[in-house]
Design a protein around this ligand. Structure first.
Ligand code: PEP
Ligand code: MN
Length: 357
């Protein structure tokens, strides 16, 4: 149940509601209170409340609206908030500003190397992806690698290089954060914090990301074998902790077939658009693991209705320290950007296909 509190409620009305909720919350389930679209809300699990108790809540003078949902996730649900969330990225003081999601969205392209390897590599890639039409730069400074013997990223030095690349190109940057204690540090440098697949259910990290003091948006990648409900509940943790700016990223799920690195679940795009108001972007690089498949699956992702793409790009993919096999060149990126802009225009109804036929 989501209880929206009226504006300008008196302290008496507020304590009356609190007393009722405390009385009804007989078990150990927490009440979460947060702010959504400038409205104060309280969220609670109402599965054990009877109709009489629900009515008593509705009748409180402090209450503006009560929404009861039969899904385990609440605040991220489309049934709670019908309009699609638009997430503004970038700080006009040091970068351009980009909107991801919302009703009038054109597809956003995030591109850059899997890992920040050096200042030269990052800057050359940043300039090339900008020239190719990308609006946001990606680059991992802290890399969650399967083997402890693989390149682990440059750490803080990588964050400095990302900030420098933003300074020189004006592109907002996204980078991964792996530990709750690093959230505030990474938020000082990044315009979007990425929570990777392996950490989708790292609950202390989700809570820290949700309460980052700079209110930076979070891109939450789908866990390696996460169901849609588990993924949305992970997003719910971030939103319930106070950060409504969550972007979902489908990056492929585990399958039985080793031909591709993962299985790109494009069905999730229209499905998520029904279930949630949050924007969805597609990562065809990690989904396929093969650069020759990336252009087709990029087009397919946008055609399925995704709000954008995140693509691994390297000036010399074969020499990349991380994920070279799935990295495309800036030239390939340019042709993907052209294609998906066209698909975006068709989906927005700006191109009359009957005239072409
Ligand atoms: C990445 O974006 O480089 C990454 C490690 O992604 P994922 O968490 O999807 O594997
Ligand atoms: Mn990668």
């Amino acid at each position: 149940m989501i209880i929206t509190i009226r504006n300008h409620v008196s302290s008496e009305e507020r304590s009356q509601l609190s007393a009722l909720l405390c009385q009804l919350a007989t078990d150990q389930r927490p009440l979460v209170s947060t702010t959504i679209d400038e409205c104060e809300v309280i969220v609670l699990d109402d599965s054990r409340l009877d109709a009489q108790a629900c009515n008593a809540i509705r009748q409180q003078s402090a209450v503006e609206r009560v929404v009861q949902l039969n899904t385990p996730y609440k605040l991220v649900s489309r049934a709670f908030k019908a309009e699609s969330t638009a997430i503004r990225v970038g700080n006009p003081e040091n970068s351009s500003s980009v909107t991801i999601g919302g009703s009038a969205a054109t597809p956003v392209v995030i591109a850059g190397p899997c890992a920040v390897e050096s200042g030269e590599q990052l800057l050359a890639t940043a300039r090339a992806v900008k020239a190719a039409g990308a609006q946001i730069l990606r680059g991992g400074a802290f890399k969650p690698r399967t083997s402890p013997y693989q390149f682990q990223g440059l750490g803080i030095a990588g964050l400095h290089l990302l900030a420098e690349a933003r300074e020189l190109t004006g592109l907002p940057v996204i980078t991964e954060v792996m530990e709750p204690d690093m959230v505030e540090t990474v938020a000082q440098y990044a315009d979007i914090l990425q929570i990777g697949s392996r950490n989708m259910q790292n609950f202390p990290l989700l809570l820290a990301a949700g309460s980052n003091s700079l209110h930076k948006p979070i891109m939450l990648k789908r866990g390696l074998s996460a169901t849609i409900d588990e993924w949305l509940l992970a997003a719910e943790y971030i939103v319930a902790a106070g950060n409504p700016n969550v972007i979902l990223c489908e990056r492929g799920i585990r399958s039985f077939d080793p031909q591709t690195r993962n299985l790109l679940d494009l069905t999730c795009v229209p499905l998520l658009h029904e279930l949630t108001h949050l924007p969805i972007i597609i990562d065809p690089s990690h989904a396929t693991g093969r650069r020759e498949l990336v252009p087709t699956m990029s087009r397919a992702g946008i055609a399925a209705g995704a709000e954008g793409l995140i693509l691994e790009v390297h000036p010399d993919p074969n020499s990349a320290l991380c994920d070279g096999r799935q990295s495309i060149t800036p030239e390939q990126l340019q042709s993907i950007v052209r294609d998906i802009q066209l698909i975006g225009q068709i989906l927005a109804g700006n191109i009359n296909l009957s005239r072409i036929a």
